[in-house]
Ligand binder design. Structure first.
Ligand code: DGT
Ligand code: CA
Ligand code: CA
Ligand code: ZN
Length: 577
């Protein structure tokens, strides 16, 4: 179930938004934003904390702490209600348009009375913004693109949000006596990057009892439709959930059908037809006699189609059926094969937890190695210095004795400047065990310039990993544009690993691009980019994305034993210098 921490994070972010509209002081909203992220990343459940406990959370001072406490006790914050009363909800909705900040949203409202995204779109189309100060043609173009981006997201939610909710619902369904088996299906089982609605499948001989129990769950806000085989509801968080109930003997066929994707289903149904069979959610049938051949397990259905089992993360009709027929399905990398994390932060920069806490949490995951990669100095707001990072290295080396089974690697996340240069000179860079380089600024360079910039960074012999290569933030920031083939070719040539960033709003590279890059012979690293211990388990989203990109253990350098990883980190440096 979503934790109360997430609700408080959302409330504090709203408070920060409203403050940034109303107050001239830029630091106050930032303070609320930082506190929001700290609360979201805090390991303990907020509902178990008293005021003293709340004030122990990093970045939560007295004034914010008291508001959090008030919210936990009363379900509301008086000061927030006051701000809400001053600003129409529509203005805040305007701020959900990527690229449209609080000040501009307020101008649109004050000057033109615009209070919704629809009204804004209409105003853009009718050129009503033209005369407004600060709304030149470039701004208008950005707004237009932002609105398109917002529409394209179409109310879909991030993978982790849907998965949290679905796992909570499954847990509750499993306690219902009439439920035999229960599973997630649809895009969520395929671990797609965003989820339109949650599909659940249950087998039972008493569907009515299942539907009754389901619609009575506390998370359910409203029932859209309820029948014997299908019920659809809207949850309190606004997400739709479709529940299907089937007879136990057709479980496998139904699970294939409702897992999809639609394109994969069509592909295997065509195969069935060619074999004189008929495939539906009720089983695989002989087309002539109408007799059911198999239905109980997914494996049996695939087998009778002449196919090995195809993992859900591959079922996108990207060539998996052909590969299965040829016996060429990849042996997908699995979470349990991941031996370490190579991109993580501490509170030396924008992380929330001290080094010691991050290490402890990582060792609990059983990792054989773990890299700390705080931000380098050119990201000015992080205030990194040479002394600080060298001090951290010394501390890390001392802490190594406490982790006999986990090699502690010292790294940094470098910033790729517009010319493709990174922080620090060669001599200083040579002191690190592992270096991630990422684009954190100048997202709007032209395509050629952007390609050159990234190629140059990868040609740097000290750069091991290109971090979150497209810099997208799902639903919030478009990917940067570069020549994918050129960048993938360069990654292969220079031995630079491409990151599969596991943070749920990044998932960068994305599945299709991973598959594309793999064809160039690129190696990958699946990283969490954790800023708190609770982020470390995001690794599962990165692994799922890697699976959707057809990666095997051999493609993923952090699935390798330490000795092989070290060769990768060393050999490349020698080869390229
Ligand atoms: P979403 O919800 O947009 O993230 O994506 P899905 O894939 O979960 O799509 P959804 O919820 O509409 O349907 C769940 C699965 O049910 C879908 O992956 C395949 C199956 N399905 C739904 N409608 C059809 C259909 O018309 N034909 C076939 N072959 N399968 C369908
Ligand atoms: Ca769905
Ligand atoms: Ca659905
Ligand atoms: Zn990072």
């Amino acid at each position: 179930m979503p934790r109360v921490n997430d609700a408080v994070e959302a409330i504090l972010l709203e408070y920060a938004d409203l403050l940034s509209i109303l107050s001239e002081d830029p630091f106050k909203p930032r303070a609320y934003e930082k506190a929001a992220r700290a609360v979201g990343g805090y390991p303990a459940d907020l509902s178990t904390l008293d005021l003293k406990g709340i004030l122990a959370i990093p970045n939560v001072g007295k004034s914010i702490g008291e508001k959090v406490d008030e919210y936990l006790r009363t379900g509301t914050i008086a000061a927030l209600e006051e701000l809400r009363a001053q600003i129409p909800e529509g203005v805040r909705r305007l701020m959900s348009v990527p690229g449209l900040g609080p000040k501009k949203a307020m101008v649109l409202y004050r000057e033109l009375g615009i209070a919704s995204v629809e009204e804004l779109m209409e105003a853009v189309e009718n050129d009503r913004l033209a005369g407004l100060r600060g709304f030149g043609s470039k701004t208008q173009e950005n707004i237009r693109r932002g609105i398109q981006q917002l529409r394209a997201s179409g109310g879909r939610v991030l993978l982790n949000v849907a998965l949290d909710l679905a796992e909570g619902l499954l847990e509750e369904l499993e306690t219902v006596p009439a439920v035999r088996r229960a599973a997630v299906a649809g895009s969520l089982r395929r671990m797609a990057e965003t989820i339109g609605d949650i599909d659940l499948l249950v087998s039972s001989t008493d569907p009515r009892a299942v539907m009754e129990a389901f619609t009575a769950l506390p998370a359910v806000e409203r029932v859209l439709a309820s029948g014997e085989t299908k019920t659809s509801v809207i949850t309190r968080s606004g997400l739709q959930v479709d529940l299907r109930v089937v007879a136990p003997q057709v479980w496998g066929a139904a699970l294939i059908y409702f897992t999809g994707s639609k394109a994969h289903n069509i592909r295997i149904r065509e195969m069935a037809v060619r074999k004189g069979l008929k495939l539906s959610e009720y089983g695989l049938f002989d087309a002539k006699s109408g007799k059911r051949i198999v239905a109980e397990t997914e494996e049996a259905v695939y087998e009778h189609l002449g196919l090995p089992y195809i993992p859900p993360t591959l079922r996108e009709d990207r060539g998996e059926v052909e590969a299965a027929l040829e016996g060429d399905l990849p042996r997908l990398v699995e979470l349990k094969q991941i031996r370490g994390d190579l991109h993580t932060h501490t509170n030396l920069t924008d992380g929330l937890a001290p080094l010691e806490e991050m290490l402890k949490a990582a060792s609990c995951l059983g990792y054989a190695y773990y890299a700390v990669t705080d931000h380098a100095p050119n990201l000015a707001m992080q205030r990194m210095t040479d002394e600080k990072i060298l001090g951290q290295r010394e501390r890390l080396r001392k802490l190594q004795a406490g982790y006999p089974k986990m090699a502690l690697l010292h790294g940094a996340e470098l910033n790729i400047d517009p010319d493709g240069n990174v922080d620090w000179d060669a001599e200083f860079l040579a002191g690190f065990d592992v270096l991630v380089a990422s684009v954190h600024s100048h997202f709007n360079l032209g395509k050629d310039e952007m390609t050159r910039r990234i190629v140059r960074a990868m040609e740097n012999p000290f750069v091991h990993v290109l971090g979150h290569p497209t810099a997208r933030l799902i639903g919030r920031r478009q990917p940067i544009e570069f020549d994918l083939d050129e960048v993938f070719r360069t990654a292969a040539r220079t031995g630079t690993a491409l990151e599969v960033n596991a943070f749920p709003d990044r998932l960068d590279l994305k599945d299709e691009h991973i598959l594309w890059a793999k064809r160039h012979g690129v190696k990958f690293v699946i990283d969490t980019d954790s800023h708190a211990p609770v982020h470390l388990p995001h690794m599962r989203f990165g692994v799922a994305t890697a699976q959707r990109g057809w990666l095997t253990k051999d493609d993923v350098v952090n699935a390798w034993p330490l000795a092989r990883l070290k060769r990768f980190l060393r050999k490349e440096r020698v080869a390229r210098s």
